[in-house]
Design a protein around this ligand. Structure first.
Ligand SMILES: *Cc1c(COP(=O)(O)O)cnc(C)c1O
Length: 361
């Protein structure tokens, strides 16, 4: 496993100037080593370069590093069948990023700036060979093994030591190439007693502090032999919320597709919203409503989790209080597979983008 994050050489950085109320933008070029050259280097040297690229000059002591007062996004750029590159629904990430910042009473990063910087970011790094090339072989397994650019826009606060609100935040965009998110092997999930998000908290935004509990619960699930963890609601511990950092869907006996309705404890996933649209376009009745673990255990025939990193990942079973409910004889369900085929095909430009979701770089 790589010790360092294999970051791209060029990153974007903006800082808010509270006096002039403007965002000062710049590009940080850690180096201009083309990707092909990196491949021929010694491992030590390469690791040194990645480490250098990760030094973005942000303050070490800040509201973010001390208290988890930070916001991030996860977005992908895809190499396309036609040789171009596109970003999937960056306007939606821009909107959510702005909403997350608003949720932290922090100056809002303009949505147009977010999209423009994201496109420029890909252009600059692609010019050095950092965006993987489209591979027709990916079509064989419906892009399950395909690569993409994982973009990580995030906000960090200015230097600060007491608990407080950021007035001069930084916005950074960096990226790394990724392939499949889950490691393969079993796709079992288990419910946890931990609470991811509480009513009136920060669960509805991609706030850094939310992900500590996620990491703990996921480790506990993995140590017990599961791939994924499922959260129940904070008050009654009865209704399904989400996976570790994915939204969740259930295919019911009667053919409907159900996902928990949004509220202040569920992250409004862009994959979630896209899957709902695609399912409806395929004529599948799709409901956003409370769904209890009991209902899942008696009436669900299929289950999958969704997210930018996870795509649409089937779940073979859910174990709750020691009882395992198996979906579709542990084989990925037909509906999830079909939606995955459409979603990935659209993102990689192998299918027509009928919803105009892709933004060409
Ligand atoms: C990011 C995230 C998701 C998925 O959102 P996408 O926009 O689909 O990537 C779901 N749940 C949580 C908690 C998340 O942080």
């Amino acid at each position: 496993m790589a010790f360092n994050l294999e970051m791209y050489p060029i990153s974007y950085l903006a800082q808010y100037d509270a006096t002039t109320k403007t965002w000062n933008e710049k590009w940080i070029e850690a180096d201009s080593i083309p990707y092909k050259e990196l491949l021929h280097m010694e491992e030590n040297q390469r690791q040194q370069i990645f480490q250098n690229r990760n030094q973005l000059g942000l303050p070490a002591v800040s509201y973010t590093s001390q208290y988890g007062y930070g916001v991030f996004e996860g977005m992908k750029a895809y190499p396309r069948k036609d040789g171009k590159i596109s970003i999937f629904r960056p306007d939606r990430n821009a909107q959510r990023f702005a909403n997350s910042l608003r949720g932290l009473y922090c100056p809002v990063f303009p949505e147009e700036l977010y999209v423009k910087a994201s496109l420029e970011f890909i252009r600059k790094n692609a010019a050095l060979g950092y965006v993987p090339e489209y591979d027709a072989g990916w079509e064989k397994d419906n892009f399950a093994s395909a690569s993409a650019v994982y973009m990580r826009p995030f906000m960090n606060s200015e230097a600060a030591i007491g608990v407080g609100i950021s007035h001069a935040p930084y916005v950074i965009i960096c990226a790394t190439t990724v392939s499949s998110y889950f490691k393969g092997g079993n796709t079992k999930a288990v419910t946890t007693n931990r609470i991811r998000a509480t009513p009136h908290g920060t669960g509805y935004i991609k706030c850094a502090s939310n992900y500590v509990i996620s990491a703990l619960a996921k480790k506990e699930a993995e140590d017990a032999g599961y791939m994924e963890v499922i959260y129940l609601d904070a008050q009654e511990h009865k209704y399904i919320q989400e996976g570790s950092s994915c939204n969740i869907f259930f295919h019911m006996k009667d053919g409907t597709l159900v996902t928990p309705e949004l509220g202040d404890t569920i992250l409004p996933g862009i994959t979630r919203s896209s899957v709902i649209d695609l399912a409806r376009q395929e004529g599948v009745t799709t409901e956003e409503r409370p769904i209890s673990i009991q209902e899942v255990m008696s009436d669900a025939v299929g289950c999958f989790v969704t997210g930018t990193a996870a795509g649409i990942t089937p779940i073979e079973s859910i174990t709750h209080e020691g009882k395992e409910t198996v979906f579709n004889n542990r084989v990925p369900g037909e509906l999830g597979e079909k939606l995955q085929r459409i979603l990935k095909g659209t993102q990689y430009g192998a299918l027509e983008d009928t919803n105009n979701w892709n933004v060409i770089v």
